[in-house]
Write a protein that binds this ligand. Structure first.
Ligand SMILES: Nc1ncnc2c1ncn2[C@@H]1O[C@H](COP(=O)(O)OP(=O)(O)OP(=O)(O)O)[C@@H](O)[C@H]1O
Length: 573
């Protein structure tokens, strides 16, 4: 027996030493954190690496809605907190690994959740990769001169890389836009088309003009259903250099605000719109909107916030829920309703959802840290719901991408790009590539209102301006009187999604609590299985087990009640 005990001790010591060595190796490689978990993820990756497809392999004719995921590299701040990388992108899949304990409360194992999108970009992919596969086709589409509306959204948790990705995309598109406008087969050329740029922020219910001292401007929808932002600056850009300068001005207005007002940037939606207007008639020939959305934190993060912050969060949640519904509606039958009045954000982007010549890209950004896994899962679920149903792109056929992907920057533009890169917080990484058991969900039905081109003649503009009252969000008299089925539907959709969010939150809490209880049960069982356990200890075991089982029963009953109410509302609506 002594020899056996010695042997066990020796094995344990060896294991401990090997673990410590591995920990040191992980730290040296900039990968601190739970050694076992890191080891399991590493092993998982080694056995699954061959699942990743090349980005080219996933490229089809651009879908009407393209949803992709970008994972950023783990940051020094996360490393210092001993956070570890728990996200794996195997294009077109993304996997979230969660550390779990078995019933014994000791044995660790990995739980994996995966989703599949059009593309997934890992930490080694450059912003240029993201741009080439997601945004470049949209620029081509808009430049074809047929009134195309294209929108690129960056969505994700605060700090997950939305602004990093969006500012990189902005910088890269400057040149391609003019290259395409000047290409031989283009219906839009710089001779017959004016490139107009506006840049504004939606913060706390206000629209602020980033190209004009953050002036507050008004959003209004006239009797014809056209949405206009009155007083918003549109700056003409005559080439890539001017374009970069406009972007720099808009971004710096945002950045200044960020330092002044805490982390306001993460609470605002920043929208950069590039309008291609007919040089003679001012008619809109194409529009590209680049939208850096506000951080997608959930209600649970805002419990400690004051009422203003909670109102902001509620505003952001409403706009993000509404946005999801509008993009989903885009992908459905054109006769269906688009609930664009659900928020100011979607109202402003109305023509991007109601035009039959619309294309949308959603770049969902995720932080790699295990501590952000819940947020990352929420981001991926949000993106996953948008892409359930697929339709093909509008009949306009974009020109071959090869022409645009081979960008030939002029010396002068290069200088500007270098300057812009130096000024922007964007730093590039290398290149690589990286497929869900995407949960199929019940679709919410809705009905579409067709919309004509936004024709901003001076007369129209001044008429709309004179109609502007003190309210920031105005509707024509016709619109006000209308009892609006839209509003009711928006409300229903919002309520349903808020309720769904409540169920998901409760379910997640249930899982977390259940895991804790399982650990307790494991420890309890182990304790009572010792030799020579006293009667008192067995009694204590029985009473603690009863407590645990009661707690479980309560939790299951509460979750069942919430689920039943939610299901009855789903059926009713
Ligand atoms: N792909 C990436 N490669 C390297 N660094 C990145 C990448 N993505 C983001 N970062 C860095 O991570 C940090 C947070 O990024 P960023 O500001 O873009 O996040 P965000 O989602 O826009 O946050 P917020 O909602 O608060 O504005 C920045 O320091 C940025 O430089």
């Amino acid at each position: 027996m002594n020899a056996e005990r010695e042997e066990r001790r020796r094995t344990m010591l060896e294991r401990k030493k090997a673990r410590a060595q591995e920990e040191q190796r992980n730290i040296a490689a900039g990968n601190p954190g739970d050694v076992d978990f890191i080891g399991m993820v590493r092993e998982w990756r080694a056995t699954h690496a061959d699942q990743a497809l090349s980005l080219d392999a996933c490229q089809t004719s651009p879908p009407k809605i393209c949803i992709c995921v970008r994972k950023r590299p783990i940051s020094d701040k996360e490393r210092n907190k001993n956070d570890h990388d728990s996200v794996t992108c195997l294009n077109p899949e993304v996997w979230i690994h969660s550390a779990k304990l078995r019933v014994d409360g000791i044995t660790k194992y990995l739980d994996h959740t995966s989703f599949q999108f059009d593309y997934t970009f890992n930490e080694d992919n450059t912003t240029e990769d993201v741009y080439n596969y997601t945004t470049l086709p949209l620029i081509d589409f808009v430049c074809s001169g047929h009134g195309g509306r294209a929108t690129v959204f960056a969505y994700g948790q605060t700090g997950s890389g939305k602004t990093y990705t969006m500012s990189g995309i902005q910088n890269m598109m400057c040149e391609d836009l003019y290259f395409l406008l000047n290409s031989a087969d283009s219906a839009c050329t710089t001779d017959n088309t004016n490139v107009m740029v506006s840049f504004f922020e939606l913060y706390g219910g206000y629209v602020q003009d980033l190209l004009n001292n953050r002036n507050r401007v008004k959003v209004l929808e006239d009797g014809k259903g056209e949405v206009v932002i009155t007083g918003l600056t549109e700056v003409e850009s005559d080439g890539p250099n001017t374009f970069l300068e406009i972007l720099r001005q808009g971004n710096s207005a945002r950045t200044t605000h960020m330092t002044e007002a805490n982390d306001a940037s993460s609470r605002s939606h920043a929208i950069c719109q590039i309008m291609l207007r007919d040089a003679k008639t001012n008619k809109l020939k194409g529009k590209l909107s680049l939208v850096d959305l506000a951080g997608s934190e959930r209600g649970s993060d805002t419990k400690s916030h004051n009422s203003q912050r909670r109102a902001e969060s509620s505003d952001i949640n409403t706009s993000l829920l509404s946005l999801k519904e509008c993009i989903r509606a885009l992908d459905r039958d054109a006769s269906k309703h688009v609930p664009y009045r659900g928020s100011k954000l979607t109202l402003i982007l109305k023509d991007c959802f109601t035009s039959d010549r619309a294309m949308t890209t959603m770049i969902a950004t995720v932080s790699p840290g295990a501590s952000a896994a819940d947020h990352s899962l929420n981001t991926l679920r949000y993106a996953d719901r948008i892409k359930e149903k697929r339709s093909t792109a509008p009949t306009l056929s974009p020109r071959p991408l090869a022409t645009t992907r081979m960008r030939r920057p002029s010396a002068m533009t290069n200088q500007h790009l270098a300057k812009a890169k130096a000024e922007s917080p964007v730093h590039e990484m290398g290149t690589n590539q990286s497929r869900s058991m995407a949960v199929s969900r019940t679709e919410m039905s809705a009905t579409t209102i067709a919309n004509g081109d936004l024709d901003l003649t001076e007369e129209n503009q001044s008429r709309l301006e004179s109609e502007t009252a003190d309210d920031d969000l105005l509707f024509s008299e016709d619109e006000k009187e209308e009892p609006t089925k839209d509003d009711e539907l928006n409300q229903t959709v919002r309520e349903l999604f808020e309720e769904e969010e409540g169920v998901l939150n409760m379910h997640m809490t249930f899982i977390a609590e259940n895991a804790k209880l399982l650990s307790k049960e494991g420890a309890l069982l182990q304790d009572v299985q010792r030799p020579n356990v006293s009667d008192e200890e067995i009694e204590r075991y029985a009473s603690m087990l009863e407590e645990i089982l009661d707690r479980k029963e309560d939790m299951i009953a509460a979750l069942q009640r919430k689920l039943a109410v939610f299901e009855s509302h789903l059926d009713a609506k």
